[in-house]
Ligand binder design. Structure first.
Ligand SMILES: [Mg+2]
Length: 350
């Protein structure tokens, strides 16, 4: 993992997370619909010399993986965001794996979005009929938006080919995200799609953010687009470095953070150069509109897209909302111990 010099210096100099963060506030945020199996998003806000930051590894992540998220939180808490190239960042709508009849209501939360990402394959290829119905509903509700589908690595290689053919028949796709699990499977599928002449570009997500080497995707020609997330890649600057080294068009996405973490994602998206020869020469819509999936957030107002775009800049939580969503004592202990464990992992790497 790339650790920026300022954070590296901090890890050798400071005694621990409490030495850097003057506030550590775990919260539990209710969601409007189940997403990634969650109805409540547990996360932890931290405050340092540069402002508020978020430490948001999903609960099941062990310290070696969650440590990347701490590197990101440290960066945002001690360093200013990089100087943005754009004042706003276009974002895509996100439609979870809901029933087709629920699509219109969700789509209405994302008016003006130029792209829409639809979750598919919740139960692998067994979901295909429901997925196609959901996609039809999305195309009807958002006819102008470019369509992206995200399978979260749920298909076997054979199932992925079946799904690609079915998806291609629904119309043009901006890309299909992570249909299969491994980088090798992605590379094989992409070669097959090319040979068949199907209009389905592939994007890599899990193969970037959960991989020991995020650059293998580019080395094996496994994707047309990479999805990058500031937190799992160790921060804004580390994620930008992955994009530069991969040399592929990149779409910044959230890791389902609150509006504090989303601001760091927007800072990354606003700092990346517009990819040449992709997305019609425009900055691609980022997957940062996910505050719309929260019933309540820590910021007032939350960092929601206006006319399909997010403003770029720091956000700070509202104290009343922090109190309203404060996690219980058991959760506070969980996050405190987790911060310490992740700090140790980073300190050994620094
Ligand atoms: Mg994804």
């Amino acid at each position: 993992m790339l650790i920026v010099p300022e954070v590296r210096a901090l890890l050798t100099r400071a005694d621990g997370p409490r030495d850097v963060f003057d506030r550590i506030v775990p919260v539990a945020l209710p969601m409007v619909t189940r997403f990634r199996g969650l109805t409540v998003r547990q996360t932890c806000l931290v405050h340092g010399p540069a402002g508020w930051a978020e430490f948001a590894p999903f609960e099941e992540y062990a310290a070696p993986e969650a440590a990347h998220w701490l590197a990101a939180a440290l960066e945002s808490a001690v360093l200013e965001f990089p100087e943005p190239l754009r004042a706003t960042v276009p974002v895509n709508a996100t439609i979870p794996a809901v029933a087709a009849e629920d699509v219109a209501g969700l789509a209405a939360r994302f008016t003006g979005a130029q792209a829409v990402k639809v979750k598919i394959a919740e139960h692998g290829i067994a979901s295909l009929t429901e997925d196609l119905a959901r996609i039809a509903a999305v195309r009807a509700a958002m006819p102008e938006a470019a369509l992206r589908c995200d399978a979260n690595a749920a298909y076997s290689p054979a199932e992925a080919r079946q799904a690609v053919v079915a998806l291609a028949e629904t119309g043009s796709l901006q890309y299909l995200e992570q249909p299969v699990a491994t980088v090798e499977e992605l590379a094989d599928l992409r070669a097959w799609i090319g040979a068949e002449g199907l209009p389905v570009p592939l994007a890599a997500d899990e193969s970037i953010r959960k991989a020991a080497d995020p650059l293998r995707v580019a080395a094996l020609g496994a994707a047309d687009v990479i999805i990058v997330k500031a937190q799992p890649l160790g921060g804004i600057r580390a994620a930008a470095e992955v994009v530069a080294q991969a040399g592929l068009p990149a779409v910044v996405s959230s890791a389902l953070e609150s509006s504090v973490g989303l601001a760091a994602g927007a800072a990354l998206a606003a700092w990346l150069p517009v990819p040449e020869a992709a997305f019609d020469g425009h900055a691609p819509a980022a997957g940062l509109g996910t505050a719309a999936l929260f019933a309540s957030d820590v910021c007032a107002p939350p960092l929601l897209p206006v006319g399909g775009a997010l403003p770029v800049g720091r956000t700070a939580p509202d104290e009343a909302l922090l109190r309203a969503h404060a996690a219980g004592p058991e959760r506070v202990r969980f996050w405190t111990e987790r911060l310490e464990a992740c700090w140790e992992v980073l300190r050994r790497e620094a």
